[in-house]
Write a protein of this length. Sequence first.
Length: 328
Amino acid sequence: MASTVQCLLCPFQCILKENQRGICQVRINLKGKLVSLVYGKPATVHVDPIEKKPIFHMLPGSKSFSVATFGCNLGCKYCQNWQLSQSKPDDNKNYSIEPKALVKLAKNYRCDSIAYTYSEPIVFYEYTYDTSVLARQNRIKNVLVSAGFINPAPLKRLVKYLDAANIDLKGFTEEFYNKVCFASLKPVLKTLEILATSSVILEITNLIVPTLNDNMKTIKKMCQWIVKNLGAHIPVHFSRFQPMYKLKNLPPTPTETLINARKTALDAGLFYVYIGNVYTADGETTFCPRCKKAVIKRYGYTLLENHVTSKGKCKFCNEVIYGQWESL
């Protein structure tokens, strides 16, 4: 009699019969054993500027070797990488790159970090974990770019090898998560709390979708929660939505909405607030929370000026700037 297995990786905790896949489509019960279908099989690899993740508070101007597999445990209607996240690995072309080879590639391309990104690194957890361990041994930093829908136990195991993370806080109501992302908010907030109490450089992205999560009162509550529960120093990126996947009927996020969101966040007490996917005057600049001078200026993914010392302080007033500014 075939036995069932339960995946304890994410809050769905899928119970799988023989040959059945989890919601993520990349984890399967094979003869009573939970198996990853994407271990060592990335769908895409790129060398990106670290700012593209976006990570603004670790090694600005550096290169990050970026990797993703197919699959995701969410089903966001507006997914910007749906070709990866909503596809099965056996229906598409995969590369074959084991963790040791991946770390070697990162070194060959002179990348200071490896980013687990694009789709959802939680569903290729074992690949991410094993690569992270080897990367740390080779003095390469690890960056997690994720929706944060993971159980606490596997997250705490992985955190030991992470250096930075950008968590996509998709909205701030359970209704939005349920109807638009087919998930729930509470586990993501728990992920953020765990990361905020670790040594990981934590940043947050909120993609603002017109009519769905663009209510300024809700955005204010989200920012107040971040200040109270994570800290005013946590960077927040408000990102512009582009019509994509199942929400092509909606318009791009108005620039004014993003500017208002940034002002709302700053008024709530956040120190570092950015605007992504569209150019605005101050949306990519890091300001010192004390003297208010621009300590890092960017244009797109290009670093223009950096006035943060190697010890992580503002060159003008000696205030500590949250982040990691030196290589290992």
